[in-house]
Design a protein around this ligand. Structure first.
Ligand code: ADP
Length: 478
């Protein structure tokens, strides 16, 4: 599949650059374009604040204090235009150089505007330091001043605030900002490259390994360091790869085992049948028995395989019914009568009482059968096997004990695995498929039953399982 999407690297890179650009634009606008406006706004506000604190009755001390506080010039005149109080904070201010005529003009224009007025003026302080030339037009390259006037009953309050030309400042800032922009852009580019690399590199690596994994290479390793989320993803994928390789190994082993187990009896059957066909003297009941035995073995192997696949797939539902477990055990043991008589085996059955359980009867019988079969197969020269059934409170415990070689401790957890055979040359053991105990485990786990094995090397093994007694149905027959 081809995705024509922008890669993560470029996206992170792009976002970062956009972020930097926006930051720079905001910086430029606030520091250059709107700087004069901000400054004027602040000045105007402080002028008005000062105006509310001052009136025609303010004393000279008050006026001086306020002028210093707000950095303004204050002049209070009476109705005859004579000074009442005055404070000059700004050198060369207009307010204190106003000729009487202009003072009059201010008075009249303020009165015309309803008693309060703000006049903006520009002047060129450099031309004459002592008396600045006044012009009411404000031009950007000149110094500007704001004059606030208010008429009260005793006279007029005049306040002047200087608006220093910001052009020079703006120019300085612009040069500074040029540098800042350059440096920031380079830095942003660097950080964006590092950031996008650090995020996308490990992901690209993971992707490469994942492609290998998808192609069936289960040895693919996800080795990524860096961000926590990415290394967690790598760990998860490593785990998945490991599990997949286990499953794959099991599948291969299973196929190898099954084909081997199926081939051996088939080879025997074909060989014996061919011998019997070609050599009339070989047509003996013994040879026929070999064929029958091998065919039976094949059948049981196929049955085992079916059973195990049903148990493994989990589709098989359990058909639990109440039945007499003790009776079932007796029935199974009856099958071994011939073995006991002909081969000298001793199979003892001890039980305290008949136990009724609620379980899948054919399956539990298979469990008992597999365990007894194993006990007979692996019991030693004593040829003794003991089956013990005990009722303990609410459960019935069945133990199958043999006096064989026992199982090494390291093998104990493994014998329940599918196809596991303890590597031990044993005449009868060669017959086993390695599926028996795996079926036992599957069935008992399906029942939620407890089971286990105790074994002492050289002394024998005891396989056991416990089933809960069917409520109220523990019947003592005899
Ligand atoms: P198998 O068909 O080979 O008997 P099982 O699944 O029944 O397969 O058993 C797995 C392995 O466990 C056997 O190959 C054997 O080595 C070991 N085992 C099972 N039962 C006994 C026992 N009673 N005594 C000793 N070893 C046993």
């Amino acid at each position: 599949m081809k995705h024509n999407k922008i890669s993560l690297k470029w996206k992170v890179f792009g976002y970062f650059l956009v972020f930097t650009a926006v930051m720079l634009v905001i910086l430029w606008l606030s520091q250059t374009v709107f700087l004069a406006q901000f400054y004027e706004g602040i000045k105007m506000r402080s002028l008005r604040a000062c105006a509310t604190s001052v009136n025609t009755t303010s004393t000279q001390t008050d006026v001086e204090r306020l002028a210093e506080q707000y950095d303004v010039c204050i002049r209070i005149i009476d109705t005859d235009l004579n000074d009442v109080a005055s404070a000059q904070q700004i050198p060369n201010c207009i307010l204190h150089t106003l000729p009487r005529l202009l003072l009059m003009g201010f008075y009249l224009s303020t009165a015309e505007s309803g008693g309060e007025r703000v006049t903006q003026m520009s002047y060129e302080p450099r031309k004459s330091m002592t008396s600045p030339q006044i012009s009411v037009n404000n031009e950007n390259d000149r110094g500007r001043t704001i004059i606030y006037t208010r008429i009260e009953s005793e006279g007029m309050v005049m306040i002047e605030s200087l608006i220093s030309p910001v052009n020079a400042t703006v120019e300085t800032l612009r040069i500074q900002l040029g540098w800042v922009t350059g440096i920031l852009t380079v830095l942003a580019l660097l950080i964006a490259v590092i950031l996008s690399r650090n995020t996308s590199r490990p992901l690209e690596k993971i992707n490469q390994s994942a492609k290998l994994l998808a192609a069936g290479n289960y040895d693919a390793k996800f080795e990524v360091k860096g961000y926590r989320e990415i290394s967690e993803l790598a760990d998860t994928l490593n785990y998945a790869a490991c599990e997949l390789s286990k499953v794959e190994g099991l599948r291969r082993e299973l196929i190898a085992n099954i084909s081997h187990d199926l081939r051996t009896p088939l080879t025997m059957i074909t060989a014996y049948a061919e011998v019997m066909r070609d050599l009339p003297g070989e047509n003996t009941p013994e040879n026929v028995q070999v064929i029958i035995d091998e065919a039976t073995r094949l059948t049981s192997l196929v049955n085992d395989l079916l059973e195990i696949s049903k148990l493994g797939s989990g589709v098989q539902s359990m058909n639990a019914q109440k039945f007499n477990l003790t009776e079932s055990l007796r029935r199974i043991l009856h099958r071994y009568t011939k073995l006991v008589e002909q081969e000298g085996y001793t199979i003892d059955f001890q039980c305290d009482a008949d136990a009724w359980v609620c379980a899948d009867e054919p399956r539990i019988e298979q469990v008992a059968y597999n365990l007894i079969n194993n006990a007979i197969t692996y019991t030693g020269a004593s040829k003794r096997v003991l089956i013990r059934q005990q009722i303990r409170e609410n459960v019935v415990r069945v133990e199958i004990c043999d006096e064989g070689e026992g199982i090494a401790e390291k093998d104990l957890p493994l014998i329940w695995e599918r196809y596991y055979k303890v590597n031990q040359p044993h005449k009868r053991a060669q017959m086993g498929s390695g599926l028996g105990l795996s079926i036992v485990r599957g069935i008992l786990e399906m029942h939620g039953a407890r089971y286990g094995v105790q074994s002492v090397l050289g002394k024998g093994s005891t396989f056991w399982f416990e089933l809960p007694l069917a409520h109220g149905l523990q019947v003592h027959e005899e």
